[in-house]
Design a protein around this ligand. Structure first.
Ligand SMILES: NC(=O)c1ccc[n+]([C@@H]2O[C@H](COP(=O)([O-])OP(=O)(O)OC[C@H]3O[C@@H](n4cnc5c(N)ncnc54)[C@H](O)[C@@H]3O)[C@@H](O)[C@H]2O)c1
Length: 381
């Protein structure tokens, strides 16, 4: 058995002013299973050192770049157990491959890479290494997403006939990428974001949620991409029809120019005898509607939920858990998988935790949406 201790993590990205880096740090440490000990937090060595100091990292382990971090940490007796990737998309592949080749597991933010070809390369690197690779599709960590998934898997709605998923934000309604806005700037740059704008940034989450909850796969897609804000280099709005592996149909829409929306992720699934509705801005409730029965509201942490949903609750019903806790569920599962792997388990990631397969499908989604929108036709997935 591996010694019981916190898993040591080395972070790439997440420097001063970053959005998701701090979320990773809080989430990783929430359940007491991981600790931040090293990082290359910024492309600027100076800012990386400053960031390391502010996070309480040993100055010798706040590195100038990720190459130095991986090369040094792999030789330390107390070296990092895994690398966290919280940089813009174009760095996801090189950092992940460098870590895997050094024998270090990876927890990456989405999208898995910048392009579909890169995702295939990463997939081969992950398979070759045999190392755990987790992908932080945040919404997979919510208790009521797990409940919706369990209900679909158990056939509680009957055969699924229709799926509707939306992810709407309004923060890119103006060309804020030209005003020095840190997060908008790289997202609107194809060199750093990849070929997908809104579809890569938030469409991949919507797509993942659709397949994750329904248990179905998208087999064909007919999408319209638009760039609503003049001068923007990538899409900021997408409307798509999808066909699913059981013959069902659905819609997937995402937009970052939906003025007034904050982070409106909403999913509805309709089966033969009932339906589900979940919204991330009201995450502790799942609305269940029956063809021949009253509408129900199911609450997170309630004793009547499925084992998968109950397993992720930390506090009793009525005590809300949210974004950080959902993110932390993914870290808790990743840490468990890593410990199992250290003890010799092969492919230790639980099916509830997104990994390389979800990463490749997400990148395929971007590729297919662009192909469909350009050709103005249905494309096979
Ligand atoms: N899971 C989610 O819900 C979620 C939410 C937001 C962002 N993301 C993803 O997280 C990633 C980062 O997004 P963000 O909004 O935090 O971006 P951000 O611009 O706020 O942060 C990026 C960080 O990476 C650092 N960085 C850039 N180049 C680097 C390099 N060469 N070496 C080390 N650090 C470097 C920057 O200095 C910055 O600290 C993206 O891939 C994004 O898609 C995921």
């Amino acid at each position: 058995m591996a010694e019981p201790r916190k898993l040591r993590m080395g972070m790439v990205g997440g420097g001063p002013g970053a959005f998701i880096g701090p979320v990773h740090r809080i989430a990783a440490e929430l359940d007491g299973k991981c600790e931040l000990v090293a990082g290359a937090f910024s492309q600027s060595p100076e800012r990386s050192r400053e960031a390391g100091a502010s996070f309480g990292v040993d100055p010798a382990r706040a590195y100038a770049n990720y190459g130095e971090m991986i090369a040094t940490e792999r030789t330390r007796a107390d070296g990092i157990d895994f690398v966290v990737i919280a940089t813009p998309n174009h760095l996801h592949l090189p950092v992940a491959v460098a870590a895997l080749e050094a024998g270090i597991p990876v927890m990456s933010d989405k999208p898995a890479t910048a392009t579909y070809d890169e995702a295939l390369e990463l997939e081969s690197s992950v398979r070759k290494s045999g190392l755990p690779y987790g992908l932080t599709h945040t919404y997979a960590g919510y208790a009521m997403v797990r409940e919706a998934r369990s209900m679909c898997a158990a056939g509680k709605l009957g055969a699924i006939r229709k799926v509707a998923v939306e992810y709407f934000q309004g923060w890119l309604s103006r060309p804020v990428e030209t005003t020095g806005h840190k997060q908008a700037e790289w997202r609107a740059d194809p060199e750093r974001s990849g070929p997908g704008g809104a579809i890569g940034d938030i469409g991949t989450h919507a797509f993942h949620l659709l397949e994750y909850i329904s248990g179905l796969q998208v087999t064909a897609i007919n999408a319209t991409l638009r760039t609503v804000v003049a001068g923007r280099k990538l899409d900021d709005d997408c409307s798509a029809f999808v066909r699913l592996s059981n013959g069902a149909a659905g819609t997937l829409a995402c937009s970052q120019v939906a003025a007034g929306e904050l982070n409106e992720v909403r999913l509805r699934i309709y089966g033969e005898t009932g339906s589900l509705e979940w919204r991330q801005q009201d995450p502790n409730r799942l609305i269940v509607k029956w063809l021949e029965g009253p509408e129900e509201i199911h609450h997170a942490a309630a004793p009547y939920l499925s084992a998968d949903a109950r397993a992720v609750a930390r506090v009793p019903p009525g005590h809300p858990e949210g974004y950080l806790e959902a993110f932390a569920v993914l870290y808790r599962e990743f840490a468990g998988a890593l410990m199992a792997w250290k003890d010799g388990a092969v492919n230790p990631l639980p099916s509830t935790l997104p990994g390389i397969e979800a990463g490749v499908r997400g990148m395929r989604f971007i590729d297919r949406v662009i192909a469909s929108s350009r050709s103005e036709r249905w494309v096979e997935f």
